[in-house]
Structures are given as structure tokens and as C-alpha cells.
Design a protein around this ligand. Structure first.
Ligand code: GLA
Length: 416
């Protein structure tokens, strides 16, 4: 009991987190539907592409519940491209593919809702969606009707893509759908998928009513291709986040794209790094793997409660790179709402290396003792200020660090 006192004091007296960023240009934005924490769920695209049908979606919803992933916080079951018929119906409304979704989307929504989950759908702010060379009708100039259709099906989330834009302005296209969703009166989370084009985070993203926006081209099932061209590796996407910290926050999330954990292209070490960094940067966590064949290692990664807590916690800034030590060794950190800091020691080099930083560099200076919780090992240690670990190649060590001085009330003001 007494041993816990310093920690409690530190929490109670914690000054604003030292890493706290500027509040952000988007802080006052009001999305179509509030998105107070990064969205968690599953999406069909990364694993299945166009090869989807209602049996797969139902089985995925079943697996989400049976596996415990739903209990861990994954809530949305999202259809991506190719759910629809290639033509609109006689009234000009979207309809689901009659062969692959014969029961229709409303029946699927009812099934998913009955399991305590939510359903998301996909469209494009263009004349056609992205897949199959423009075979599927887009929502451009059909926004009101399509939004009404989604609402009538009890849809809870829309991922709105950017293909076949007809070269029309981003704000016009994305705001038209945002306004249309709002007009339905149904709370539909609005996620923009315009691949970071024309800086949605500071321009048309919030202005369109989006609650999140993709920051890059599509993720691929690999570590890195060293470029920003599609598909991008995990590390390539991470590199594109530097500088976007001011634009993230409740109702305004920077979306680093769907997860590739469990899809076989990453080692377990790389998967933990991918998941740690997406969480540290408050990205939506949208699973992209086959949940019907979940292996124990993948499940343990995706349900680590202490890492999920980092993703869902808002302490004033998303994670950021605080130090590039050279040679592929980096320190990333994020302030937590209880005054602690989560740090990711990230080794992108080809060999195991020791990465060292300090509590002061992480914005937690001023104490004589710190507690370090290793979020992957589940172990605790104490330090007088040094934060250091041996980190495997392409891996991370992730610490949550508390100020544990016995003179907590004397904690100095943040230094940065
Ligand atoms: C784009 C999006 C992807 C996916 C596909 C579907 O590439 O960025 O996430 O939705 O379209 O065609």
C-alpha cells in the first residue's frame, strides 16, 4: 500500500505532460459523428481484397466475439471495396452484389448488431470505386441518396475513398458526403481515405466533417520498400507521420492505414513494432487479417491491453520521434493523460542494438526515481533516469514510465 503512494502522488500532482504538443489546428473541428478515441475494428481489404461475401463477414463477426478481440475493444466490422453490384437499381440507389451478398446489407447489419458490434461500409468520392478498373459505381453526385441508403441499412461507419475523382476539388467532394451523412441524422463515423493528398489533416479533413483521415498511400504486407509510393511498408508509413503531430486529437485522428499483423509478411518482432508504433501515434486500429484462423501470437499482439491503452489514451499529443540516434536507432514517445510517458525504443537496423534515452529527454525530468513498465515483457523495473534496452533488429522495446519520486509535489514544470 505504502509502496504505491509515490505513484499515486505522481499521478495526482502531475503537471501537463512535458511532451504535450500544440493543441492542433483541428482541435475545434466538429466531425459528422464524434470519434473521441481512435476507431478499433476490422476491414476486409488487406487480406481479402475483392474476394468477399456475406458468409465471410458473418464468420468474421463471429470470430471477433469468440476470440475475445471484441472484448479487447475491436468493434467495427467494415466491408471494403467490391461489396456492391456493378449497377445502381432502377431508383438509382446502390445495391449489394446479388451473388456474394444475396441477403443484402441490412440483413448483414442486423446480424452484426445482434452480436453487439457495428458495421462499416466503403465508397469512393468519385465516379467509380478503386477496384476492378472502375467497375463499381462511386458516390460522386449521389451523396445524398447514398448516405440515405447507408443510414437505412443501419450503417455505423463510412470509409470514403478517393478514386476516379473527375479532378474535382477535395473539399467539394468530401464535404458533400460529410453533409449528406449528417443530414441522415444517423451517427455514422466518417473516415476519409484520400491517401494524405493535399494535407487533409489541416484542410478539407476537418472541414468535411471527417473524424479521421488517411495520411499516406496504401499499406502493403511488408516492412519497407524505402519509398512513399504505393504500397508502402510499415516503416515507410511511419516516416510519413513526422510533423503531423499537431493535427491529431479527439475527433481528428491521423489514420496510418489498416494493420498487417497476422498476414504473414512481417515477423513477430516486426508485427509488435508495427502495432506499438500505430498505438503510440493514436492511429485507428483496424485489423486486416483473417480472424477465423487467428494464431496465439497474433492474438496476443492484437489484444495486449497495456498497448491498446496507449492507443486509446489522449494525453495532449500523439506519439512523435523525440530522437534519431542514427544508424536506424530511434526514440519515439507520447505523453499519457495520467502524466506518465510511453516510450518506444525502435531499432530499424539489421542487428540487435542498445538504445538509450533518459527520463529528462522524454519530458519526465525532475524525479530521483522512475518506474519503467515493459509493455511487451510485462515486467517492471526502476531507474534513476536512464531508459535503455537491448532492442532486436526491426523491433521495439515499449516502456510506460512514471515519475515516482517521493517528493512528487516538487515536480518541476515541463521543460519542453
Ligand atoms: C484504395 C484504398 C484502400 C482500399 C482500396 C479498395 O486503394 O486506399 O484502402 O480501400 O482502394 O479498392
Amino acid at each position: 500500500m505504502l509502496a504505491a503512494l509515490p505513484l499515486l502522488l505522481a499521478a495526482v500532482t502531475a503537471a501537463p505532460p512535458a511532451l504535450a504538443a500544440t493543441p492542433g489546428a483541428t482541435a475545434a473541428a466538429v466531425p459528422v459523428t464524434p470519434v473521441l478515441t481512435p476507431t478499433m475494428g476490422w476491414n476486409s481489404w488487406n487480406k481479402f481484397g475483392c474476394n468477399i461475401d456475406e458468409a465471410l463477414i458473418r464468420e468474421t463477426a463471429d470470430a471477433l466475439v469468440a476470440s475475445g478481440l471484441a472484448r479487447a475493444g475491436y468493434e467495427y466490422v467494415n466491408l471494403d471495396d467490391c461489396w456492391m453490384a456493378t449497377t445502381r437499381d432502377v431508383n438509382g440507389d446502390l445495391q449489394s452484389d446479388p451473388v456474394r451478398f444475396p441477403s443484402g446489407i441490412k440483413a448483414l447489419a442486423d446480424y452484426i448488431h445482434a452480436k453487439g458490434l457495428k458495421i462499416g461500409i466503403y465508397e469512393s468520392a468519385g465516379t467509380a470505386t478503386c477496384a476492378v478498373a472502375g467497375a463499381y459505381p462511386g458516390s460522386l453526385d449521389h451523396e445524398a441518396a447514398d448516405a440515405r441508403q447507408f443510414a437505412s441499412w443501419d450503417i455505423d461507419l463510412l470509409k470514403y475513398d478517393n478514386c476516379n475523382s473527375d479532378n474535382r476539388p477535395y473539399l467539394d467532394r468530401f464535404k458533400a458526403m460529410g453533409d449528406a451523412l449528417k443530414a441522415t441524422g444517423r451517427p455514422i463515423v466518417y473516415m476519409l481515405c484520400s491517401w494524405g493528398k493535399e494535407a487533409p489533416w489541416s484542410t478539407y479533413g476537418p472541414a468535411s466533417g471527417g473524424g479521421a483521415w488517411r495520411t499516406t498511400e496504401d499499406i502493403g504486407n511488408f516492412w519497407s520498400n524505402g519509398s512513399q509510393s504505393t504500397p508502402m511498408g510499415v516503416v515507410d508509413i511511419l516516416d510519413a507521420q513526422v510533423g503531423l503531430e499537431p493535427y491529431s486529437g479527439p475527433n481528428a485522428w491521423n489514420d496510418m492505414d489498416m494493420l498487417e499483423v497476422g498476414n504473414g509478411g512481417l515477423t513477430d518482432t516486426e508485427s509488435r513494432a508495427h502495432f506499438s508504433l500505430w498505438s503510440l501515434l493514436n492511429s485507428p486500429l483496424i485489423l486486416g487479417n483473417d480472424l477465423r484462423t487467428l494464431d496465439p501470437v497474433t492474438k496476443a499482439i492484437l489484444t495486449n491491453p497495456e498497448v491498446l491503452e496507449v492507443d486509446q489514451d489522449w494525453g495532449g499529443s500523439q506519439g512523435r520521434r523525440v530522437r534519431d540516434l542514427g544508424g536506424g536507432l530511434e526514440v519515439w514517445a507520447k505523453p499519457m493523460s495520467d502524466g506518465s510517458v510511453t516510450a518506444v525504443l525502435f531499432n530499424r537496423s539489421a542487428a540487435t542494438a542498445t538504445i538509450t534515452t533518459s527520463a529528462a529527454e522524454l519530458g519526465l525530468g525532475g524525479s530521483d526515481t522512475y518506474t519503467l513498465r515493459d509493455l511487451w515483457a510485462g515486467t517492471d523495473s526502476t531507474s534513476t533516469g536512464t531508459v535503455s534496452a537491448s532492442v532486436p533488429s526491426h523491433g521495439v522495446v515499449m516502456y510506460r514510465i512514471h515519475w515516482a519520486s517521493t517528493t512528487a509535489s516538487a515536480r518541476p514544470a515541463p521543460t519542453r
